[in-house]
Design a binder for this molecule. Structure first.
Ligand code: CAA
Length: 379
C-alpha cells in the first residue's frame, strides 16, 4: 500500500487549484445567477489539457492517469461545478468512450479535437421516459443500409447547446431489447437535429442542460461506435468511468464547502471566541473532514483500479454513492456554520449546497448505484 501522491499528481493538483482560483472563481456567482455557460473558462481548460486528461497524447490528450483526473476534478469542483461537469462529461463519457471503443477514423475525425478541448462533446442516453430505466430507449436509429435515421427526444443533456459532437444512444432492433441498441456519433448541424429548451435548474446553473430533438436525422453507418447492438454496453461501460468523475465532482463540492466553513469558523466570533472553538462547531468540522477523507479514498481507489486495468464498476458506483451523500451532508453543514451569511450568495456555500444535489441524480441516481453495488456483491 502507498497513499502518497507522485510529484506529477501534486503538480496536476496545484495547476488545477490555481486555475480554479484565478479563472473560475471570478464570475462564478454571476454565471450561476444568469445561467451562463463558462465558455471562455472551458476553452482555457482545453488549452491546459483538462478536457482530455486521460487520452493518449497521440490523440491530442494529456496522457495522464485517472488519479490525476480525480485530483483535477476535485479542485475545479471546489469552485465551479458547472465548469467541472462539462469537463467530466467530455473526459470520461465522450473522450474515453471514443478512445476505448471508436475506430481509427472516428478517433482522427472527432477524438483529437475533443481531447484538445477545441470542441466539446455530449453524451445522450436519458430520455423523457427512460432515465434510470435506461434500457427502455424510445429513440430509434432505423437501419437504412448505408446510414441510420434517428428519431426521438433526449432529455437533460449536459453540454446540450455548447457541444459539437453528440454520442446518441438509440434503439435499432427493438425485438432484441438492450442488445439491439446502438451508439451513433451525431454532429451539431446535421439536418433534423434540433437543440431544444434549456433547463432552469436548482444547481449547476452555469451548465447548459438541454433537451434534444431528432427528426429523420441521417447519420452515416461509419458513425456507429462498435458492432451493431453494442450501444447499451458502450453506455454502461462508459458510465462506469463517468461515475468516477462525478464522484470526484461531489468530493470537490464537499471539500470546497468545508474549506470555506473552516476558514469562516476561525474568523467569526460569538460568545467571546472564534466559533471554531465552540465544540458544537468543532465537532461539525471533525465530522465533515472525516467524511470527506473517506470519500476521497473511495474516489482514488476507483481511479487506481481503472488505471490498473482492473474491474472498477463496483468501486466507481461506491465512490459516487458515498461522495454524493457526503456532498449533500457537508454542504448543508457548511451553510449552517455560516449562519445567516451562509444563506446569501456572496459566501458561495449556498451555491455549493444547490450544486451538490445533482451528484445524487446524474450518471445514475444513488438508487441505481445501489443496484450496481448489490448486484456486484450478490453475483
Ligand atoms: N457496467 C457494465 N455493464 C453493465 C453495468 C455496469 N455498471 N450495468 C449493467 N450492465 C450491463 C449488463 O451486464 C447487461 O449486459 P449483457 O446483457 O450484455 O450482459 C446490460 O447492461 C443490461 O443490464 P441489466 O440486465 O442488469 O439491465 P437492467 O435494466 O436490470 O439494469 C441499469 C440496467 C443498471 C439499471 C441501467 O439501466 C443503468 O445503469 N441505469 C442508469 C442510467 C444512467 O446512469 N444514466 C445516466 C445518464 S448520463 C448522464 O447523466 C450524463 C450527464 O449528462 C452528466
Amino acid at each position: 500500500m502507498n497513499f502518497e501522491l507522485t510529484e506529477e499528481h501534486l503538480a496536476v493538483q496545484k495547476a488545477a487549484r490555481e486555475f480554479a482560483q484565478t479563472e473560475l472563481l471570478p464570475g462564478v456567482i454571476d454565471r450561476d445567477e444568469t445561467q451562463t455557460f463558462p465558455t471562455e473558462q472551458v476553452k482555457k481548460m482545453g488549452e491546459l489539457g483538462f478536457m482530455g486528461m486521460m487520452v493518449d497524447q497521440q490523440y491530442g490528450g494529456s496522457g495522464m492517469d485517472a488519479v490525476s483526473y480525480v485530483l483535477a476534478m476535485e479542485e475545479l469542483s471546489k469552485i465551479d461545478a458547472s465548469a467541472s461537469v462539462a469537463m467530466s462529461v467530455n473526459n470520461s463519457l465522450v473522450c474515453w468512450g471514443l478512445e476505448m471503443y471508436g475506430n481509427e477514423a472516428q478517433k482522427q475525425k472527432y477524438l483529437i479535437r475533443l481531447a484538445k478541448g477545441e470542441i466539446i462533446g455530449a453524451f445522450c442516453l436519458s430520455e423523457p421516459e427512460a432515465g434510470s430505466d435506461a434500457t427502455s430507449q424510445q429513440t430509434t436509429a432505423q437501419d437504412m443500409g448505408d446510414h441510420y435515421l434517428i428519431n426521438g427526444t433526449k432529455n437533460w443533456i449536459t453540454n446540450g447547446s455548447s457541444a459539437s459532437v453528440y454520442l446518441v444512444i438509440a434503439q435499432t432492433h427493438p425485438e432484441k431489447k438492450h442488445k439491439g441498441i446502438n451508439c451513433l456519433i451525431v454532429e451539431r448541424g446535421m439536418p433534423g437535429f434540433i437543440v431544444g429548451k434549456k433547463e432552469n435548474k436548482l444547481g449547476i446553473r452555469g451548465s447548459d442542460t438541454h433537451s434534444l430533438m431528432f427528426t429523420d436525422v441521417k447519420v452515416p453507418k461509419e458513425n456507429r461506435i462498435g458492432e451493431d447492438g453494442f450501444g447499451f454496453n458502450f453506455a454502461m461501460n462508459t458510465l462506469n468511468g463517468g461515475r468516477i468523475g462525478i464522484a470526484a465532482q461531489a468530493l470537490g463540492i464537499a471539500s470546497g464547502a468545508y474549506e470555506l466553513a473552516l476558514q469562516y469558523s476561525k474568523e467569526r466570533k460569538a460568545f467571546g471566541k472564534e466559533i471554531s472553538r465552540h465544540q458544537a462547531i468543532a465537532f461539525k468540522l471533525a465530522d465533515m473532514a472525516t467524511k470527506i477523507e473517506a470519500a476521497r479514498l473511495l474516489c482514488l481507489q476507483a481511479a487506481y483500479l481503472k488505471d490498473a486495468h482492473k474491474d472498477f464498476a463496483h468501486a466507481s458506483a461506491m465512490a459516487k454513492l458515498f461522495a454524493s451523500q457526503v456532498a449533500m451532508e457537508v454542504t448543508v453543514e457548511a451553510v449552517q456554520i455560516h449562519g445567516g451569511y451562509g444563506f446569501v450568495k456572496e459566501f458561495h456555500v449556498e451555491r455549493l449546497m444547490r450544486d451538490a444535489k445533482i451528484t445524487q441524480i446524474y450518471e445514475g441516481t444513488s438508487e441505481i448505484q445501489k443496484i450496481v453495488i448489490s448486484r456486484g456483491i450478490l453475483k
